[in-house]
Design a protein around this ligand. Structure first.
Ligand code: NAD
Length: 376
């Protein structure tokens, strides 16, 4: 192998290491968010089915928050430009103007965004999570008829994602990517999971890793989670490897015994889709990305380009982004509105069931049923 390539790779690694040391050292001395007179909710449509489902969420929020909007307590602000066409044109995962518009909001309700495969363009989500320091990805999954009430705390800024587009390639020979786990990054996600468990009377937290193989990164994740767990003696904490946990979630004999999960980024990404599928499909699940200053709420699925290609975009299920809107309302301190929206979603899902195909209702029909339920 050409020595020049090796030297380049070593220099590249050195730069990455220094950037990650800097990130780890400056992480989260974040000030508590100030109390504000007005909450600005940014609405981002995204790509593919994004704008289709986001439109129904916007209708619902306008109906639900009519008084607050009139009184100037809440502003719904449309943010354009986070489209794949625009991002490719300027060569940035999140164009500068869009990022500053987003940073001028308090919370975001976001439609899914397409990530080009290959190339070096980062996913818009990875950029937003880093730029807004949204370190916790929080995803609820409920299957009441089975007694399942899970809450996942996925670390959102580290692991394989921190440097996912900055790997090394020695052409014709090998490629390497990097996984990064910091002490501060792990502490804050573990703290978020255990605090949630305590506040909600949960008695069990599952720490999910592959620390038998990824000995440094997952090993440290596990150790820190156990250290934090020791501060919560009323909560039992057990570690599971990701492979067996994936099996456990499809084992009806034991799965309802799990309550709260805390996981590194990649395992969380994978297993929450599995969990959402058990609930009724990715089209039914929302998630929150929260940090100390900002929070972003979205469907857990992507832009579904296959649905668009097959002309099925109008049949996309908006329940996912509406579930995210419920979480948003809880987050900004409107639990009764959240409850109302949640109940209306249940009614709309019965009145206008969406299957993602032509045999089901359309996204807009679901939206109509939802508005009817909200105004009943
Ligand atoms: P996807 O989640 O977009 O879609 C997979 C399949 O799930 C679809 O073909 C469809 O059958 C079903 N589906 C998804 N949403 C649905 C809905 N609301 N109603 C009914 N059915 C639905 O997965 P993908 O095709 O792997 O990813 C497409 C693009 O989205 C990629 O570019 C990916 O990077 C991106 N992505 C973005 C986000 C995000 O913005 N948060 C998340 C995941 C993937």
């Amino acid at each position: 192998m050409n020595q020049e390539y090796i030297d380049q790779a070593v220099n590249h690694y050195r730069e990455l290491l220094l950037s990650q040391i800097n990130r780890a050292e400056t992480m989260s001395a974040a000030p508590a968010p100030e109390k504000k007179e007005k909450t600005v909710i940014g609405l981002v449509g995204g790509d593919g089915i994004g704008p289709i489902i986001a439109k129904q969420a916007e209708r619902a929020l306008k109906a639900l928050l009519r008084d607050e909007i009139e009184q100037g307590k809440i502003e719904l602000r449309a943010i354009d430009g986070l489209t794949i066409e625009n991002r490719l044109a300027v060569g940035k995962a999140v164009p500068d103007g869009v990022l500053s518009a987003i940073k001028a909001c308090d919370v975001l309700l976001k439609g899914p965004t397409t990530t080009p495969s290959g190339g070096t363009m980062e996913s818009a989500n990875v950029t937003l999570r880093r730029e807004l320091d949204l370190f916790a990805n929080v995803r609820p999954v409920r299957i009441p008829q089975e007694g399942i009430d899970w809450m996942f705390f996925r670390e959102n800024t580290e692991g394989e994602y921190a440097l996912g587009s900055k790997g090394v390639e020695l052409p014709g020979l090998l490629t390497m990517d990097f996984k990064v786990t910091t002490v501060a990054g792990t502490r804050r996600i573990a703290r978020a999971a255990f605090e949630f468990a305590r506040k909600n009377g949960k008695k069990h937290v599952a720490i999910v890793t592959k620390s038998n193989i990824m000995k440094k990164t997952d090993g440290m994740f596990s150790k820190i989670c156990h250290e934090i767990a020791a501060e919560y003696p009323e909560i039992q904490a057990d570690e599971y490897y990701i492979d067996i946990m994936t099996a456990n979630l499809v084992n009806p004999a034991i799965r309802s015994s799990f309550q709260v999960f805390v996981l590194p980024n990649l395992y969380g990404d994978i297993i929450t889709d599995e969990a959402a599928q058990l609930q009724g499909g990715v089209g039914t699940a929302g998630s929150a990305n929260t940090g100390d200053r900002y929070a972003m709420f979205e469907a857990i699925h992507g832009s579904a380009p296959r649905m668009i290609a097959e002309g099925l975009g109008d049949y996309a299920n908006p329940e996912s982004i509406l579930r995210a809107a419920v979480m948003l309302l809880q987050h900004i301190g409107l639990p009764q509105k959240a409850e109302k929206l949640s109940a209306a979603i249940e009614r709309a899902a019965k009145a206008a069931p969406v299957t993602g195909a032509r045999d089901g209702c359309t996204c807009a029909q679901f939206g109509d049923a939802l508005i009817q339920a909200l105004e009943a």
